[in-house]
Design a protein around this ligand. Structure first.
Ligand code: PXP
Length: 240
């Protein structure tokens, strides 16, 4: 079954609005795991506007499921992840001032750069995933970087879902099929929500993991965190 990793950046954003630790992101991360999530994702950005670099070792020590740290592989990111060794690193090509991740890697242009970083991370025992648009050439070149997995950038799928969902998913099916055939795992993330998740997973049933933050935290305002996580987990069960 596809795993659900909950991105807690938005919770950290609320905490950072004031001094102190309310909401307590460490307790929330623990509760998210108790409520059924399969992992915790964070995405430290250079300005630390949501998760802070100082949060990372604490989370690493307490997360019992899977800890995934996304980010642009700059000096500070690499130094931190090589020191604390999360289960997975998801490398994204965002410029430092990006509001949110908004594009996948050009794995042809950056093949050598990525290969060097990925081999360092893998030598440290960290599984690596790289953020990718659903482009077949990029998928083949991703394989040559040595990455374990790709994370399909699902923003464009989500935006086009309500217009024509078959069209919205078609490139993702082709890209995922090839990635699967050539032996890479498949993660997916960005703008997945209670409306579009089931359709994505039904069409790409071998998705290993989805990471979801913005919609899930927003849904929790209405349904509560426990119910919301269970709702997302139910959608990931393709037999229902
Ligand atoms: N994957 C990556 C690489 C991201 O940067 C983000 C947002 O931080 C997500 C997944 C999750 O996206 P969303 O918050 O829209 O669920």
């Amino acid at each position: 079954m596809t795993k659900l990793s909950v991105n807690i950046n938005k919770i950290a954003l609320i905490r950072n609005a004031r001094e102190g630790n309310l909401p307590d992101i460490f307790k929330i991360a623990q509760d998210i795991e108790h409520f059924g999530a399969d992992g915790i994702t964070v995405h430290p950005r250079p300005d630390e506007r949501h998760i802070r670099f100082s949060d990372l070792p604490i989370l690493k020590d307490q997360v019992k499921t899977e800890f995934n740290i996304e980010g642009y592989p700059g000096e500070r990111y690499l130094e931190t992840v090589l020191r604390i060794k999360p289960h997975q690193c998801t490398l994204v090509p965002d410029p430092p001032d990006a509001l949110t991740s908004n594009n996948g890697w050009d794995t042809i242009k950056h093949r050598k750069y990525l290969s060097d970083i990925i081999s360092k991370l893998k030598d440290a025992g960290i599984r690596v995933s790289i953020f990718l648009n659903p482009d077949i050439d990029m998928v083949y070149a991703a394989k040559e970087t040595g990455t374990d997995r790709i994370e399909l950038y699902t923003g464009p799928f989500a935006w086009n879902y309500s217009k024509n969902r078959e069209d919205a998913i078609s490139k993702y099916i082709s890209a995922a099929k090839i990635a699967h055939e050539i032996g890479m795992g498949i993660n997916a993330g960005h703008d997945l929500n209670l409306d579009n998740l089931k359709f994505f997973i039904t069409n790409i049933p071998y998705t290993d993991e989805v990471s979801i933050g913005h919609a899930l935290v927003s849904d929790a305002l209405y349904f509560g965190l426990h119910n919301t996580i269970q709702m997302y987990k139910t959608l990931l069960r393709i037999d229902n």
